[in-house]
Each structure stands twice: as C-alpha cells, then as structure tokens.
Design a protein around this ligand. Sequence first.
Ligand code: C2O
Ligand code: CU
Ligand code: CU
Length: 454
Amino acid sequence: MNAASSCFSRRRFLLSATASLAATRAWGMRGGAGTATRYPLEIPPLYATNETLLAAPAIADLGGGRTTTVLAYDAYFPGPTFRANSGGSVAVTLQNGLADETTIHWHGFVVPSSEDGQPQDAILPGNSYTYQFPIVQRAALNWYHPHPHGMTGEQVALGLAGAFIVNDAEEAALGLPSGKYEVPLIVRDASYDKAGNLIYNPTSSGFMGRTPLVNGTRDPKLDVDRAVYRLRVLNGATARVMQLALSTGAPFTLIGNDGGLLDRAYPVGAIDISPGERLDLLVDFRGLAAGTRLMLRDNRAGWDLLAFDVTATYVENAPLLPPILSSIAALGAPVRLRTFTFDGMTRINGRVFDPHRIDFTVPLGETERWRFSTGGNAPHPVHVHGASFQVVQRTGGRNRVFPWETGWKDTVLLADKETVDVDIRFDGYRGRYMIHCHKLEHEDQGMMANFVVV
Ligand code: C2O
Ligand code: CU
Ligand code: CU
C-alpha cells in the first residue's frame, strides 16, 4: 500500500490533503497522571516487506482528536510495522517526500553496506531507492529509522520510525501469545508548541521531551483480557533512558531483547531501556479482577506510560516456557582488543565523525573484544551496525551485566564512569559500517565512526 492509493482513515492523512492546521485544540500539560483522560493505544498497521514507503510531512491524531504535524512514513505515526520470516527478503522502496535528504537504516539487521542506510548513501528530496536484502537472522524485534548526516535526531523525533518483527521456527515452537496478545510498544518522549504541534528543540546534551507517547498516542490505554500478553518494547526516544516497571510491583517475564530470545526467561521488576534498545516481555493479567487498571511506568521520569484496563474475558493462553528458551551461540575467544572512548558529546576516540574518513578496519569472521568507556556526559547508548554482540562485563558505575543485556545485543547502555566490554564477530558482509552513540543528538554532533569489514 502507498499513501496515494489508500483511503484516509481517522488516524492518518497527508498534510497536503488538509486545508489548515488551525483546528488544533487547547489542551493541558500532562505527565501521564493516573487521573488523566486516556485514549486508545494506536497499533500501527502491518506491512509486507515489498511495500513502498513515502516519507513526508503528515498530520497525526495523538488521541482524542488532537492533531499534530509530523514527519511520517505513509502518514503513519509511528510507521507501519513490518513482519517477516527469517529466510525471507526485503525490497522496500523509500520515496523521499521530505524537504531534506533521508535514508532508512534497518536497525538490528545485518545487511550489505549499500542497503544499511548510512548518511553517505542519502536519498535526495524527490528521489527514491529500493532497499533490498535477505533476512538472515533469528526472530527479533528490529526497527527502521532515518540516518541522514546531522539530521537523524530531528527526523526520528518528528515521527520517522517503525517496528520490524522477524519470526522464526524456534520462536514459533514456544507458542508465545500472538495476534492481539502480542503488542508492539514504541515508547518515547515528546514536546509540543503552543498550537500543540510536535517540536524538536534539543540541547547539545540531548532532547528531553516533556511528556510520553506510546505508539504515537498520548496518555494511552489498552483494554486487556485476563490473559498473558507479549509486549514488544522499543525505546524510540532520541535521548531519554527509561526504567520500565508495572505499577502493581509484579515482575515482567523477560524473554528477549535486541537480538531475540534470551537463554531463559528472567523475572525482572524494573528494566532500564535506552534509545535503540528493545525488550520482549510477558505480562500475566490472568490473576487480576475485571475492572483493574494498572500502569506501565517509567520510574525515572515518574511517568505512567500506558494504562492497562483489565476486562472480564479470561483466556488460557499462557505459554509453557521450557527451561532453556534458546541456545546463545558462543563467539569464541577474542583475538584482539579494540578500545573506544566516548568523549564529551561529540567524539569517539577523540575524533568527531567525518563521513569521508574510515576510522578502522575489522577482519571478517574474527571475534574481537570491544571496550567502550566514558569519562562523562553519558548516558551513551552504544550501537554497532553490521553485527550483533554479546556483553561480557561492565566495570565502574552499575558494575554488572543485567539480565536484559544477556544474549545478543546491538545497543548497550554506557552510563557515566562505566566501561562495558562486548565480544563481536562480523560474519555477514565486507564493507563500510558504523559505530555510534544512539543518543541521537550525540550521533548528529559527531559521536560516530566509520569502519570497514575487510
Ligand atoms: Cu538505530 Cu545507526 O542507528
Ligand atoms: Cu543500526
Ligand atoms: Cu552519547
């Protein structure tokens, strides 16, 4: 489906098709208090992996008829959810209807360098490009977003981002909750101008929005059956680290993260998630009385992100989780150590990003230990393109590896005074890839480096 051929639903219409933005309503500032009016959580539509996406200005309904101008893929805020099986392929055409250059980066996928959506491969306004690659990875929640030079934060904050779910046979055999019991949750923050339109007003230390948004819905609520739900969570904020918890104090059952299933399920009461990271969580509502309202919270901001309203319907859909969910393949002993310091808010190893400079080369197929450290100005969510990694240890700061950092990762949170070691092996493709801070304001200011897998 592309925007030109589809009908305009309640939720989406292209900016060019509307006469005026003047109809935006007055509204109150709200941090998600429990007493706030709540609006049904939007669930982005599902797309197949051979669709066209038009990136263009649009108007989105944040809930309750309150509209805002955004940048959106096919006028969906957030973008449509792609779903595909491992072993399948992607051929998605991006049409750039923006005033600036853009790209699509397929965060979490290992794709040929030419399809990775790097800043050097920008699509100019009015142009299009078809991203093509095979899906050669295990089941996971990936995502897609722009990666243009110096403008990634702005384009993501104004709405360009979406989920991409990969399924496989190992995951299917677990019988995890599916259909309406599997809910993608793109959590982020946002700020608005006086007219109620989304604004992006970062400082050099990052953009901190004043209110939360989940799937583009303000103060959202979701009616849930007395059943088990699988929450596929992405932190889609540009800078804000959240700590997720349930208002009941009940633990989540953590089963996966960036790179898919963990070795086993972990009960965890509170989970830190930084920009770019993903979580796969089971929440059991079966024991709650109809009419109960509980909250998904961000403990750090003190926000109620999402209200769950428990209905009377009981559904026995709990998966029987085996003691071993998945076996995480070992990478082998690292053959060399490579160190990266995240300096200030603009540099890696003392250097500001230069799109035309290759900072280092990495041999294909060799396990390396990469050591990330920072003296300050964190959090720095460190992200690597071209391969997933395994977190080995964290010293200083929080001084441990958390359950949600086990298994396969592509983004890891580096807090002040921390050193994080990861093991990584590039098995996919030779070519140019990147490492950067996924606090997008740091990335845009140059905390990014190019390397070539040789
Ligand atoms: Cu999600 Cu290079 O970024
Ligand atoms: Cu990426
Ligand atoms: Cu940073």
